[in-house]
Ligand binder design. Structure first.
Ligand code: SF4
Length: 305
């Protein structure tokens, strides 16, 4: 769940440790150098190196957003729907899962209570849940879950490349045909990008295909992005050369991350996406000052893997 403006389950920090936030308690964060790369964080670095630093090294808190939380909820519903027998995987059945999954999400992430704290009448939350229903319904116009039996759902994958670089992420769904062909599927609750930006959207999928190839020695036959926001499906059939290209790109990216980690120089790269950035108050592009760099400058060992 990477290139849309919404984030998914692998959007959290990928290294280091953070104390359990207790109301009223001081937030304690232990900064450690990054040791692995996920598609979300790779995209962060490509978008803005300083944003990557704030998220991965400083681990600055971010406010939960309605769009990202709705994305997480819809993903949970689509995942759980496959628990019921194939013939019962209908749109009403899927929609009936929404309230329970929403309760579960709030229990596991109490900070989500902030989202509707000022919504005393519950009107905004009702609208928000209605939008989640529409996204779930739209899925049934794009795929038929009564004819699908996923091999994996919400699959955590991690692979170490020969260079030592660790790649990790969570794949929404893996389908395996009787012939053994593998299809990797990712749900997006946003809208499909315009064709000229499709390559960026496919980056995350090629990342996953590379991980699967390195783990299992099998190149996935098809990569499929399902856009619930606009009702589009984008597919791509990768070849080995695609995956080798992504691997080279990730190595170059990782070198740049290691170098910035060591030097402490994380450049801001302002774009229109700054409008969605939670860290303008500490960003020099907006007159802010970043917090003191928490790692030792010039410590090559701090660059991790
Ligand atoms: S506001 Fe923009 S330039 Fe500053 S950290 Fe965020 S994304 Fe980067």
């Amino acid at each position: 769940m990477e290139t849309s403006t919404e984030t998914g389950p692998d959007s959290g920090p990928e290294s280091g440790s953070e104390s359990d936030p207790t109301p009223g308690a001081e937030r304690v964060v232990t900064a450690v150098a990054p040791t692995s790369l996920s598609p979300s964080r790779a995209s962060d670095f490509m978008q803005c190196p300083l944003l990557y630093r704030f998220r991965v090294i400083d681990k600055l808190p971010e406010k939960p957003s309605e769009a990202a939380t709705r994305g997480t909820l819809v993903h949970a519903v689509l995942e759980r729907l496959f628990d019921v027998p194939a013939g019962e995987r209908t749109a009403p059945q899927a929609k009936s899962l929404i309230p329970g999954q929403w309760d579960r999400l709030r229990e596991s992430r109490p900070e989500l209570g902030e989202l509707f704290a000022d919504d005393a009448e519950g009107e905004r939350m009702t609208r928000w849940l209605g939008e989640a229903e529409r996204l779930v319904e739209r899925w049934f116009t794009l795929e038929d879950p009564t004819r699908l039996e996923p091999a994996e759902r919400e699959l955590f994958v991690e692979a170490e490349l020969d260079s030592g670089l660790k790649l990790r992420g969570i794949i929404d769904r893996v389908d395996v045909a009787p012939t053994g062909e593998v299809r990797i599927v990712d749900y997006k609750t946003g809208k499909a990008p315009r064709p000229e930006y499709a390559e960026g959207a496919l980056f995350q999928m090629k990342f996953y295909a590379l991980v699967v190839w390195r783990l299992k020695g099998v190149v996935p036959r098809r990569l499929q992005l399902v856009y619930l926001g606009s009702g589009d499906v984008i597919t791509y059939d990768p070849v080995i050369e695609d995956l080798e290209r992504v691997e080279r790109k990730l190595h170059a990216l990782w070198e740049a991350i290691r170098s910035a980690t060591e030097s402490g120089e994380w450049r801001p790269r302002p774009t229109k996406l700054c409008g969605w950035c939670d860290h303008q108050a500490v960003c020099p592009e907006f007159g802010g000052t970043p917090p003191p760099y928490p790692l030792r400058i010039g410590a090559p060992e701090s660059a991790g893997a």
